[in-house]
Write a protein that binds this ligand. Sequence first.
Ligand code: HEM
Length: 542
Amino acid sequence: MTAGSYMSSRNARKRCSLRHRETRSSPCLSRREVSCMGDETLIRRQSKRRTLSALGGVAKLQRFSPIHYLHRRYRAWGFLLNGPTIIQEAYDKAGSKPFEVLAPDARYIFVTTPEHVKEIDSAETELSLYYASRQILQPQYTMHHFGWFDRPLEGVGFVRALRVHLTNRIPSLLPGMREMVKERFAELQMRNPVVGGVTHTPLVKTIIKTVVLLEAHAIFGPELAQNEEFLENAVLYIEQLALCAEIIRACPEWMAPFLGRLIGRWHTAQRFIFESLMPIVTRRCQEREMASRGESVPKHDDCIQWLLDSATSKVQRTPKGVAHELMAIWFAALHPISVTIIYALEDLCLHPECIQPIRDEIHAQYSDFESTTQGLPLLDSFIKESARLSPVESQSVRRRAIAPFTLSDGTKLSVGDWACTPVTSMMQDGRYYPSPLQFSGFRFAPPEVVASIGVDAYLASPRQEKPSKLIEGDQTFYMWGVGKQSCPGKFYASALAKVVISHLVDEYDIKLVDPTAPRWWTWRTTRVPNEETMAIFTPRQR
Ligand code: HEM
């Protein structure tokens, strides 16, 4: 079935106008070439021509310098291992101007001023998160043949499912979540190795296995969340997806179909997840049909149902469409929040002076938080400070150019280039954050809350002029992206982090086995937590 036959007429028009736009703005392509191509092929061709023009333009190929070219490729490949440092160096040199960083498969233009961020966020027909995500995920090979473009141009349905339905559901999810953390963590601890009479907890694996259970409940529903084999594959799916997509991205584009099919066979978890989802989603679709005929059907309140209720196109209402959306959401959901919690727990061990005020706050306010999702400002600030200094990502507000675009200062993006923000560099910039590299757990908390701790040292440590919450972004804090394409799961993510950390801090004394060990390694723009990190969780005596 073709993509076009699925699309609503509005989206068909939108895509059509995009194609025309690309055609008009690409003098290098003949009419015949364009008429034979899909959107993606068109972008690839333009991208190749852009590479030539970046080297001096097709007309100026005589000036092509092999040394210059090799130097650029060397820098681009170096980005994979050294991304955050390369971005930081370029940021320091650029002042507030846009700057270029090369990766093997893209040219990134980083912007920093609020005006430029607004420009890239508003350029919806030229710059697309949807296309950037497709490049990151390679869903046709890593998500069981997900036809990314078979659905509306921007995935309105799943955004609504998360931003509206999941967020509204948080108060009813919260009370059961702490109990789940308690049981899961205790069960995992029993399986962890004992060294010299003390249980050594592999922090990364244990937190991921805890978070996976909570998120599976909200996203896949209770039936699959109780299936241990499914949960194991849900973690494996993320790991295999990330690896496969990276291999495909690192190779020349003409190899992608062949390589993708080959690697796809090894990526067994995608099949497992898809095949586990299909019977459940198919049943839900049947129930929806029955309900439309007035028959009585069970009520469900999970992401499968919200996706069906929020779908804006026919393809998103099919069992396959829903299963694919779930697989995409799952990738976005599991990794960043697990890693944020891991780094926050490590930071608690490295800054033990913050633990007692946070414990006192949990004692005083946790039940209110559970019923209202509000409160716990010290813990909230601590997580935000940890995310500021140990962010998962060094790049945010990612948009891939699907048509040429020029920023107001004249910086040009060709088709295939990316616009984005250097989120880490901005969050650690002394112009916006006093003593930017100093960890100050209560930096973002309201002054009266910090004063109520009654210890002057907390008041004296660096603090922001204006308090803010973890879920609040601003012109210097792009952890959640920006505007209407900012993270639709951020309220849930923030609540989940608080539940997990509150339980562990309240019930255990935590310390790292080796506080000096490296906490992460980097790949492209991501900080990947060190799987070797061991922690000791000692149950607290009360
Ligand atoms: C600490 C945890 C998280 C962080 C830091 C985070 C960050 C982000 C960012 C920065 C974006 C926008 C991409 C961009 O503009 O570059 C995004 C998008 C997204 N996030 Fe999150 N996220 C987190 C947790 C979650 C969770 C728990 C869910 C689901 C329950 C989720 C679902 C999504 C989805 C589906 C998108 C894509 C939205 C779209 O395509 O319009 N995220 N996230």
